[in-house]
Design a protein around this ligand. Sequence first.
Ligand code: UFG
Length: 341
Amino acid sequence: MSKKILVTGGTGYIGSHTVVELQNAGFEVVIADNLSNSKIEVLDALEQITGIRPLFEKVDLSDAQATSEMFDRHGDIKAIIHFAAFKAVGESVQKPLEYYRNNLNSLMNILDNMRSRKIKNMVFSSSCTVYGQPDQLPVTEETPRKPAESPYGNTKAIAEDILRDFCKVHPEISCIALRYFNPIGAHPSALIGELPIGVPGNLVPFITQTAAGIRKELSIFGDDYQTPDGTAIRDYINVVDLSEAHVVAINRLLEQKAVQNYEFFNVGTGNGLSVMELVQTFIRVTGVKLPYKIAPRRQGDIEKIWADTTISNKELGWEAKKTVDETLLSAWNWEKRVRGL
Ligand code: UFG
């Protein structure tokens, strides 16, 4: 039986790491990506790591016709992992229409094709952003969602609602939304990793670029939060651990083990780490100098969030395994390889 999985956004950061884990688990992968935020050379790296070159379709999934034609060429897809989306929080505030159009039309185009072509399974990239600043920590899947802080975050909340409503009237289709906490790090081979275009918005790429001498110094946004050291707290999860959660979710769907036909799970470590703790850990494990200063809070940031992973650990039989030390080292090894250091 064919085990062909369509991975949208498969040349991107989390997508590419997930393709590795899928191919290692014996799945055949077809990537659909418009390369708007990734490079075609990722395919070479994927082949180098796994020995298999995934099939590739360059397609804009917000284009209904192009999407349908892409599905025409792959009649045997068993499941879809839908990563493809714009993801820069700040940019989404400036370009709301572009974010809603890209992130939501692509999802609806894919669901349309699932319905008409009888593709029964989807795993969707959601985010802990749907919780906002929760009233109680850690957040469980039962923690109420809060209104999104940005158009980007709102596309994730709306996408979850679309999946819930769609699954309600399509009992033959099953979807799992994975709510990622903060994915960081790179594949241990250092052949794939996060490659932000321009000035990185996220903490770890900014740290590694500063350590590499590309940025003058890191700004730590705020040291007056209600946290032990005053800096904001997040749940940083290794991208390979996160990728493995996708393989587990796909198997749950294909083996028809899902309890409901729309499910959502927290994908984090269960540990909160402050910005300062992360910075100090990076300095300790790499031995590299990292100039930093305290700067004002960043608008829209929440103070603290970390996951309760009891349900995902129990239901998915999955847990994050890698330490923050090895994760930060992997991010640094990737940065060094990209910069030829
Ligand atoms: N930070 C700094 N300096 C920087 C960059 C970040 O101090 O140069 C701080 C932020 O203020 C925050 C922490 O590091 O406290 C983490 O920031 P990131 O930008 O790496 O991650 P966020 O938690 O802001 O955002 C992530 C994802 C989003 C998602 C969001 C949900 O990138 O996709 O979590 O909370 F929406």
